[in-house]
Design a protein around this ligand. Structure first.
Ligand code: ADP
Length: 444
């Protein structure tokens, strides 16, 4: 019923009241009495509405006129709201049920770090109790690595850490933001895969170590035979030279494998010595001058920053980059090394004017034994482990490795170290990489 209809009815009532009042010679009294009745009726309707609003679960009372309309509209709205809530609740229940039945731990933490919900595996993995819901996660999980990771707020890569206690298991924690600052935590027990990885590393290290002694003996004898070829039957000279070449290659391979397993094992240990990159680069330049007298290596030292880390590791990484730059570029072309500050970070870049790398290969270059061109790499004495070593050294120094290359024009390999007080973010770069440029690494 519209306002107009109500107003017409009231007007009609008053008109009737005036007519009756006129007849009895008291029109004002009749109008006043009618208005009083109307106000009383409306007050009663309002009372009914207010009573219903206090407990809207029940059906609305019988009301008429404008109040009846209002009440029925409110009832419809309330019904729709109830249905929407029920739908939402069933979605929440469905999601909660699926999270509950997951074998991985799932927990929800709000923007103040308060634990809102967690499933049974999360309870077991994080050592929580059922009554911990509503508590601050910071007070419940004591592992310092976890607290650092959680507070840092950069969740690009999952955290892997060892939990305390005798059982000593490894957990992987992945955090995703959602809603207004809430966080969803996925917690997984990765002890088995960490153990497998350790077995693999130990196996490679042991085999490499065991192979070294027989190889040294073989190389020694080959060196002795080839030291005086006059006493050798000429038929054997070429095969023996080839054998020595392959033995040298194997020796380099074992050396790289052992070094790789060593830096993998020591990742992050003893990383606090300030390393003077200027001195390191000058030393490398001198060494290359002696080893490759025909090659020109230009140095640009524009930063004075010292990197907290391990001198030998950084030396091996940069020397791998420099040796590649020399190996994969023509005699007479220049290899440039620069050390400078840029956008708050420190960049160590090694550039060459060599053969370059097709963009499709760039993401795979740091994989062990990955070669763009097998024959060329082998001919150059490559082991296929150089860039894997660079990647590991970058990771343990919180640095990123950026690779930019153009086929036929040359390549630039850049190690980006975080500025003071900053830790390099992982798998992300502040500026999008240029075409043919890939940012590789790192697990901090
Ligand atoms: P290798 O010992 O075979 O050089 P690396 O891991 O050092 O192994 O490099 C992997 C591959 O990346 C190489 O086989 C080579 O094809 C390519 N590569 C590395 N550096 C350069 C470069 N500066 N120019 C062109 N190709 C390169």
């Amino acid at each position: 019923m519209s306002w107009f209809t109500t107003a017409t009815r009231v007007g009609f009532l008053l008109l009737v009241a005036v007519c009756i009042g006129w007849y009895y010679d008291m029109p004002l009294l009749a109008v006043a009495a009618t208005l009083l009745c109307l106000v009383g009726y409306w007050l009663y309707q309002m009372y009914q509405v207010q009573r219903w609003l206090a407990d809207p679960g029940n059906p609305p009372p019988e009301t008429y006129g404008i109040w009846g309309d209002l009440l029925s509209q409110m009832y419809q709205l309330q019904k729709k709201d109830r249905q929407a809530r029920a739908r939402l609740q069933s979605t929440v229940d469905y999601l909660q049920n699926s999270f509950t039945s997951m074998r991985d731990g799932v927990a929800i933490v709000d923007d103040h770090g308060i634990l809102k919900w967690f499933n049974e595996p999360a309870r077991l993995l994080l050592g929580l109790r059922s009554e911990d819901e509503g508590q601050s996660l910071m007070n419940l999980v004591r592992a310092p690595e976890f607290l650092r990771y959680f507070n840092r707020g950069e969740f690009g890569t999952p955290l892997e850490y060892r939990t305390g206690g005798d059982s000593s298991s490894w957990l992987s924690v992945e955090i995703t933001r959602f809603g207004a600052g809430d966080r969803l935590l996925f917690i997984r027990n990765i002890t088995a895969s960490v153990r497998m990885e350790k077995v693999r590393k130990d196996f490679v290290a042991n085999v490499s170590h065991e192979l070294r002694t027989p190889l040294t003996v073989i190389s020694g004898y080959l060196g002795t035979f080839l030291g005086d070829t006059s006493k050798l039957d000429s038929r054997y000279i070429k095969p023996l030279q080839q054998m020595q070449q392959q033995a040298d290659r194997m020796e380099n391979l074992l050396k790289d494998l052992l070094w790789l397993s060593r830096i993998e094992g020591e990742q992050g240990i003893g990383m606090h010595t300030p390393v003077d990159i200027r001195a390191l680069l000058s030393e490398l330049q001198d060494e290359l001058r002696t080893a490759y007298p025909g090659r020109k290596v230009e140095l640009e030292l524009a930063a004075d920053h010292k990197v907290a880390g391990d001198y030998r590791e950084l030396y091996s990484a940069v020397s791998n980059l420099l040796l590649n730059a020399i190996k994969y570029s023509k005699e007479g072309s220049v290899v440039r090394v620069s050390w400078r500050q840029q956008d708050g970070s420190y960049h160590l870049a090694v550039s060459d004017e060599g053969i370059g790398i097709d963009a499709a290969h760039i993401p795979h270059l740091t994989e062990r034994f990955y070669r763009v061109e097998d024959s060329r790499s082998t001919a150059c004495g490559g082991t296929g482990l150089g860039l894997a070593i660079v990647k590991h050294v970058a990771a343990s120094h919180a640095a990123r490795l950026q690779i930019a290359s153009q086929l036929g024009k040359g390549s630039t390999f850049t190690l980006v170290f975080p500025g003071q007080g900053k830790v390099a973010t992982t798998r992300e770069s502040s500026t999008p990489p240029a075409q043919g440029t890939t940012t590789v690494t790192t697990r901090v």
